[in-house]
Design a protein around this ligand. Structure first.
Ligand code: ZN
Length: 437
């Protein structure tokens, strides 16, 4: 994607995150449906509803949770903590409550961040059969009255878990899995940035048209239970997955970070490592797999062991805004979303094009001048780099090295190697070893 396209995409992603920010999402419920309805305006997703109680691998689909209102008020009726101001104020999956309590009785149900006294934490209690409020330490410190009125107007019912999927077909059966979670309420980086990024990846994949070879499956599902549900329903159809990427926290200015799949041998692993290395971003890093994090944990569980990695900017849990009210729309930017999109689409370009070729004139260097390739040596650095890339591709294309192998050996950005390959194909100096993928 060129810079103008990336800039426009960055703006669209930021706008989408802004639109979705106020919605109260959770593992299940109307907030997730509303969020997926916004995705459906951009992509032809298919939405699935899986009934409460359905067995999924070692789990069961939980009850559906919905909430209309919640507050802690003083006895004058003044709301001290108000769900209408921030949906982070209620612990996710809180059961309904309507009572009057002393501050001492209320205290075990209150969560604050003493180290960040003006922020509201994000907490869930999916399987706790309990209720609670999250508030800033500053607000708690001001609560001096004897008694408070407490209301959580929520509902836990036998309903369903909602997730969505869209397939963007190519000509090959080889499949790429791309996943974002949908279960966080008003948090911008953790959740919304990933959803917005996948929508733009889909738009870009669509723009490739006939140039797109691979089959893509995009999944928008709640974390953990959503991936487990999807895997349970699709476990007989995973054999075509050749690479996958979970995206989350992709809108801040940290990282970028790629966490390898458990196998570490997927093309996505080497492709992301190459893209991050070549990005020349000082803070870019690649880490080995560890069994915590986002839904790569499920895709990389030993019974599936899919080559699915995790792409992030700042690593979850490592930035102070993580799971707090500071993970808001000021924490992400259109620019950083576009940088993330650029890195991910570069890696996908590698997945799409990383073929192996054979130099048709391997004895001595072929004469490039006669074929119009020598004239590419101009004065500027860019054409010198392209000239060198041409020599690398010619030299290494012995039928044993893929374009990514060559890019890594040459320590040259893959895009440059790809450009050189295209010129050499046009000049009939290079032929693919095999055209089937
Ligand atoms: Zn999270």
């Amino acid at each position: 994607m060129d810079n103008l396209e990336l800039k426009a995409a960055g703006t669209r992603m930021y706008e989408m995150a802004s639109d979705l920010f106020p919605i109260c999402r959770s593992l299940t419920g109307e907030g997730v449906r509303e969020t997926l309805a916004a995705v459906a305006k951009r992509l032809p997703i298919k939405v699935y509803e899986v009934a409460t109680g359905t067995d999924v691998l070692d789990w069961q689909v939980p009850q559906e949770w919905n909430i209309r209102d919640a507050y802690i008020a003083n006895l004058d009726g003044e709301r001290i903590v108000d769900f209408q101001e921030s949906n982070l104020h209620v612990v996710g999956y809180s059961k309904p409550v309507k009572t009057t309590l002393t501050l001492d009785e209320l205290a075990p149900h209150l969560h604050t961040l003493p180290d960040f006294p003006d922020q509201i934490p994000y907490r869930t209690g999916y399987f706790n059969d309990d209720w609670g409020f999250c508030l800033s330490k500053n607000v708690l410190d001001d609560m001096q009255e004897e008694q408070y009125e407490v209301l959580i107007d929520s509902e836990l019912t036998d309903g369903s878990l909602t997730y969505a999927e869209v397939e963007i077909p190519g000509t090959s059966e080889d499949e790429i899995l791309l996943c974002a979670h949908t279960c966080h309420p008003s948090l911008a980086n953790d959740n919304l940035s990933g959803i917005a990024l996948l929508c733009e990846v889909a738009r870009w994949l669509d723009s490739l048209g006939a140039r797109r070879k691979l089959n893509y499956r995009l999944i928008f599902a709640p974390g953990t239970i959503g991936a487990i549900t999807w895997l349970a329903k699709n476990q007989d159809q995973l054999q075509n997955i050749v690479s996958g990427l979970v995206v989350s926290c992709v809108g801040d200015d940290g990282g970028p970070l790629y966490k390898c799949s458990r196998r570490g041998d997927g093309l996505i692993d080497t492709a992301m490592a190459h893209v991050l290395k070549m990005s020349e971003i000082d803070t870019a890093s690649v880490k080995e797999f560890w069994p915590y994090g986002y839904d790569e944990r499920q895709y990389c569980s030993p019974g599936f062991n899919l080559p699915v990695g995790l792409f992030q900017r700042s690593q979850y849990g490592e930035f102070p805004e993580y799971h707090t009210s500071a993970d808001n729309l000021d924490f992400i930017s259109a620019k950083d979303l576009s940088i993330s999109l650029d890195l991910v689409t570069q890696a996908i370009t590698i997945l799409e094009t990383n073929d192996t070729f054979i130099n048709l004139y391997p004895k001595g260097e072929p004469q490039l001048g006669r074929r119009g390739l020598y004239s590419l040596i101009g004065g500027d650095n860019d054409s010198a780099a392209l000239q060198l890339a041409i020599l690398w591709v010619l030299n290494m294309s012995d039928g044993k090295h893929s374009l990514l192998d060559i890019a890594n050996r040459a320590e040259t950005p893959y895009m440059k190697i790809l450009h050189a390959k295209n010129l050499l194909i046009e000049a009939e100096l290079l032929a693919p070893v095999s055209t089937d993928r």
